[in-house]
Design a protein around this ligand. Structure first.
Ligand SMILES: [Zn+2]
Length: 419
């Protein structure tokens, strides 16, 4: 029985599951890290190899390929109206010792969906494009969302000369080694994007725990990251009585314990993480005189997020005052939650229902290109489950039978948006 899409048109596409699986394995073999997993970062030989491979796939589909000033790759299926373009894709870079699915799956899904639509329906009304994003993770350069920021025209002048990797190579120098001209970055900006849809692994375990096939992203989390420097006084660990100490590490430990308790007390999806910590002078027999740590706080509700941030600031002030410590808080990142476009969300929801899938609305606790894209173009995001919720590790995994429903939803949504 042929199915009908929301527009009343028949919808019967064949997703090439075998090729999809093969693509996952082929791209997933590029950029291996010696200690396991992948390490495929911006403008490295592995990155160039990965881009060349995906370009070959896009060529094989008969799409018009091009790269922009920062190395984003596009596979263009020309529509009858070529003025407006519907994009789908994700990032090709990985974190250190990352897996084969984060980012890459959004590329594979877009290729599979666009290929299937082209085979079934030929030329679209609006142009359709596979969007292979050059960088998102910030794992070589602290430049997060480099690809999407180029597209949206939000890379600031001078960033190419000030952002450098651990070896001191600036991002501008690295661009030149790949034949890219930093001065051309403004030409990457696009005004023709009609919509962007990103399929991504959940990177959490809500979908698995609740038996859902897919997750419909409502909002991408708001986030604040700070570096906290606590200063006390270094003293002899044997001769300084407890009541006379100004122990910076003990103060930091109390702050961290109370901050994480506050996030837990607020309930899901509030989170707070102290991911780094260093004490000085760092000897077994010296009371630490100073301590530096970071706090990453996230919530998908703007009001709750500000509430949690205020609670954390209160904890820091309270602990510092009681323990006679001085504290300096340096803000590294601070942004409100980014909602996905209601129109694209509705298109995705209709597609999910037409596929008869179990789903739920979810916030994204991780940052994604969609949060940059959504501030400029109508954007929607779809999650497929992550086995055990694992991600940013070699164990990251989603079986093909849990990928295909998501790809079918993506194909339906792209059909609704572009045909
Ligand atoms: Zn990702």
């Amino acid at each position: 029985m042929p199915e009908r899409s929301a527009t009343g048109q028949r919808f019967a596409v064949e997703i090439d599951a075998e090729t999809l699986q093969q693509h996952i394995e082929e791209l997933g073999a590029i950029g291996p890290h010696p200690d396991g997993g992948l390490y495929r970062t911006l403008y490295t030989p592995a990155w160039q190899e990965a881009m060349a491979l995906v370009r070959r796939w896009l060529d094989e589909l008969g799409l018009e390929t091009r790269t922009d000033a920062v190395g984003n790759l596009f596979g263009h299926l020309r529509g009858r109206d070529d003025e407006r373009v519907v994009l789908s894709g994700s990032h090709i870079d990985t974190v250190k010792q990352g897996g084969k699915y984060d980012g890459a799956l959004g590329i594979h899904a877009a290729i599979a969906a666009v290929g299937a639509l082209q085979a079934a329906y030929g030329r679209p009304r609006k142009s359709l494009e596979v969007y292979v994003i050059c960088e998102e993770e910030g794992s070589r350069f602290p430049c997060n969302f480099w690809g999407s920021r180029a597209l949206t025209g939000t890379i600031r002048p001078g960033e190419t000369e000030t952002i450098a990797d651990a070896d001191g190579v600036t991002i501008g120098q690295a661009m030149r080694t790949c034949g890219l001209d930093p001065a051309a970055i403004p030409t990457a900006r696009r005004e023709d994007v009609d919509a962007f849809v990103e399929l991504h692994i959940e990177q959490g375990r809500i979908l698995q725990d609740e038996g859902c096939d897919v997750g419909l992203v409502q909002t991408i989390t708001g986030m604040r990251q700070v570096r906290v420097e606590v200063a006390g006084r270094p003293d002899h660990a044997g001769t300084t009585p407890m009541d006379l100490r100004r122990d910076a590490l003990a103060g930091a430990a109390e702050i961290i314990a109370r901050v994480t308790e506050a996030a837990a007390a607020m309930g899901r999806p509030a989170v707070a993480t102290a991911g780094t910590i260093a004490a000085r002078p760092g000897a077994v027999n010296i009371v630490p005189g100073s301590c530096t740590f970071t706090i990453d706080t996230r919530h998908s509700d703007g009001t709750k997020r500000r509430e949690l941030v205020a609670t954390i600031e209160g904890i820091i002030r309270d602990v510092a005052a009681r323990r006679g410590l001085s504290v300096r808080v340096e803000q590294l990142m601070d942004h409100d939650p980014v909602p996905m476009a209601a129109t694209v969300r509705a298109t995705l929801e209709t597609a999910i229902q037409a596929e008869g899938l179990r789903y739920r609305a979810v916030p994204s606790g991780a940052g994604h290109d969609s949060q940059i894209m959504a501030q400029h173009y109508p954007t929607g995001m779809l999650f497929v489950p992550s086995h055990e919720g694992r991600s940013h590790c070699p164990e990251e995994y989603t079986p093909l039978e849990q990928i295909l429903p998501g790809v079918r939803v993506l194909a339906r949504a792209l059909h609704a948006l572009a045909y």
